[in-house]
Design a binder for this molecule. Structure first.
Ligand SMILES: [Zn+2]
Length: 486
C-alpha cells in the first residue's frame, strides 16, 4: 500500500473563517479600544491565522480519498472523478460480454485537501483499483442434468445456445422437416452473479458444448484382440481408440490383459428428434434370365437392356443426436418405372452349391448370392492392423440390396457400429449380416427368400461412406464371403 502524505484540512472552509472573523469583530471591536494591548495581540493573532489560511489554501486543492470496504485505496480529484474511474473499470470488465460489471463493494469518499503536486502521485492506478474492486456480472447459468455447464451473459444467450445446438443435429432444410426436437436431459437456467472470467460468450459456450464431455476408461485386452475388435466393442473407430493411446500404432501388438485407454467424448446433451425426410431413390431393375440351349454353357447374352427407375420416398424418422434410430416409409411415388433386363444364358451343367458346411444336407443348394451389385471397397481380412469381418460392397445411398440366401430375419434394427443392420439365420449354422443401411425393409421374424429386397444401402453406424457391409457367419464365426458367393 502506498504511504499517503496529506495535510489535514480540519474541515475549515474559507467562508467559515471569514464569517468567524466578522462575528469576532462584531463582538469585540466595539467593546475594546484599538489601542489596548489586548486588541493588538488579538489582531496580530488573527492576521496570522488568516495569512496561514491563505497560504495553505492557495497551495492545496480539494480532493477525496477513495475508500473501498473501509480501506483507503488512493486519492481522486473529486467524488465525481472517482465515480468515473470506478465506472470505467466496471465497464471494461464486462465489455467482452456486452455487459457492464457491477460491484457490491462499499465505496466511500472522504474529503481531503492535498498539495496539487502530490495529488497525481496519490491517484490509484487502474490495475490497483481493479485488484481491489470485486466485480460481478449478472449472468445466467445453463444446468444440464443438475450440473452447471456454463454461465452466459443473458437468458437469451442460453436459449440461443440450446437452439443452435439442437439445429446442429437436426439440420432442418427443404427435404428434412423437423417435427419435434427435445433434449433427453433435464435443463435449467437461473440468474447468477458471476465473476466476469466465469462468464462465457455464446461462441465460447457453443464450442465447449459441441466439444462434449471427455471421459477416460480402461479396457483390458482379451485373447486375440485387435484394434478393430476393441474399437467395435467400445462402439468407436480404430483411429479414435489409437488417438487415446498415442504410444501405440496400428501395428502395435496387443497382449491379453494389457490395459488400453478408452478416451471417449460423450455429448453433454442428447437431442431426440422426429421428422420426415424426402429423398429421390433408385429402383434397381430386375434381371430375368432365360436358358437358351442354343448358347454354349456359361455364355450369356443380354436380350433387353435394363434401366433403373426412380421414386420419391417420404420417411418418418426418429433420430438421436443426428443418428437415425428408426425410419418408416410414409409415402412412395414412382416417377420412373424400372425396365427389366432380359438375359439369355447357356445351359448350366452343374449347380454351384455352397461348399461343405452350409449346404450339406440342405434341400436347397442355391448357395449364397451377391446381395448387391457393386465394387468390393474393402475385402474380408486384415485391414489397417485390425480385422475386417465382412465384405464392403460399394453402392449409392438408397439402392436396394437383397437377401444372399433364404432364411429368417433374427435381427433388424440399430446395431451400434453396424448402424441399421439385418441378421438373417439361413439355417444349417449359416447366418448373413447386412450393415450400415439407410433403411430396413424387413422385420424380425420375417421369412425372406434369396434375392428378396431387404434393405437400402446407407452409411449409418461406423461407416465412412455409403456401402453394404456384408458378413457370412458360419457356426458363430465370420468367414470370407467371397469364397462362398456364387
Ligand atoms: Zn465393412
Amino acid at each position: 500500500m502506498k504511504k499517503l502524505e496529506v495535510k489535514k484540512s480540519d474541515n475549515v472552509q474559507t467562508n467559515d473563517v471569514l464569517s468567524g472573523f466578522e462575528l469576532w469583530r462584531s463582538r469585540h471591536l466595539l467593546k475594546i479600544s484599538w489601542k489596548s494591548p489586548k486588541c493588538i495581540v488579538g489582531t496580530m493573532t488573527f492576521l496570522l491565522v488568516i495569512g496561514g489560511a491563505i497560504v495553505y489554501f492557495s497551495g492545496t486543492v480539494s480532493a477525496a480519498y477513495l475508500v473501498v470496504n473501509g480501506q483507503k485505496i488512493g486519492m481522486v480529484a473529486s467524488v465525481d472523478k472517482g465515480q468515473q474511474i470506478v465506472d470505467d473499470i466496471l465497464t471494461k470488465r464486462g465489455q467482452s460480454l456486452g455487459k457492464v460489471a457491477k460491484t457490491h463493494d462499499r465505496l466511500e469518499y472522504e474529503a481531503v485537501r492535498v498539495k496539487k503536486v502530490e495529488l497525481i502521485g496519490l491517484m490509484p492506478s487502474d490495475k490497483e483499483l481493479q485488484n481491489v474492486l470485486n466485480a460481478y456480472i449478472d449472468g445466467y447459468t445453463l444446468e444440464i442434468a443438475g450440473t452447471q455447464v456454463a454461465i452466459l451473459p443473458t437468458q437469451g444467450d442460453v436459449d440461443t445456445l440450446l437452439k443452435t445446438y439442437q439445429d446442429s443435429y437436426t439440420k432442418p432444410n427443404d427435404t428434412n422437416k423437423v417435427i419435434s426436437a427435445e433434449f433427453s436431459e433435464s435443463i435449467a437456467s437461473k440468474p447468477i452473479e458471476a465473476q466476469p472470467e466465469q462468464v462465457k460468450t455464446l461462441d465460447q459456450a457453443m464450442k465447449e458444448l459441441t466439444g462434449g464431455k471427455i471421459t477416460t476408461t480402461e479396457y483390458t485386452a482379451q485373447e486375440n484382440d485387435s484394434w478393430w475388435l476393441i474399437a467395435r466393442r467400445n462402439n468407436m473407430k480404430t483411429t479414435e481408440v489409437l488417438a487415446g493411446n498415442p504410444e501405440m500404432t496400428e501395428d502395435s501388438k496387443i497382449q491379453a490383459g494389457q490395459k488400453i485407454k478408452i478416451v471417449s467424448v460423450t455429448p453433454y446433451l442428447t437431442v431426440m428428434s422426429k421428422g420426415t425426410i424426402t429423398s429421390t431413390e433408385t429402383i434397381p431393375y430386375d434381371i430375368v434370365t432365360t436358358t437358351d440351349t442354343e448358347l454354349a454353357s456359361g455364355n450369356t447374352v443380354i436380350k433387353e437392356l435394363g434401366s433403373d427407375g426412380s421414386k420419391f420416398v417420404t420417411y418418418s424418422y426418429e433420430q438421436k443426436n443426428g443418428q437415425t434410430i428408426s425410419t418408416q416409409v410414409v409415402e412412395e411415388k414412382v416417377s420412373t418405372q424400372p425396365v427389366t433386363q432380359v438375359v439369355s444364358k447357356g445351359p448350366e451343367l452343374t449347380a454351384v452349391s455352397m461348399t461343405g458346411i452350409a449346404s450339406r444336407g440342405s434341400n436347397s443348394s442355391t448357395g449364397i448370392a451377391w446381395p448387391l451389385r457393386g465394387p468390393i471397397n474393402s475385402p474380408y481380412g486384415s485391414r489397417w492392423g485390425s480385422f475386417h469381418t465382412g465384405l464392403d460392397i460399394g453402392g449409392s445411398i438408397g439402392t436396394t440390396y437383397s437377401a444372399a440366401a433364404s432364411g429368417t430375419v433374427v435381427a433388424a434394427g440399430w446395431g451400434g457400429g453396424y448402424g441399421n443392420m439385418i441378421l438373417i439365420d439361413n439355417g444349417h449354422g449359416v447366418s448373413t449380416r447386412y450393415a450400415h443401411s439407410s433403411k430396413l425393409l424387413v422385420s424380425v421374424g420375417q421369412q425372406v427368400k434369396q434375392g428378396q429386397s431387404i434393405g437400402l444401402v446407407g452409411s449409418t453406424g461406423n461407416s465412412t461412406g455409403p456401402h453394404l457391409h456384408f458378413e457370412v457367419i458360419i457356426n458363430g464365426s465370420t468367414v470370407d464371403p467371397a469364397s462362398y458367393l456364387r
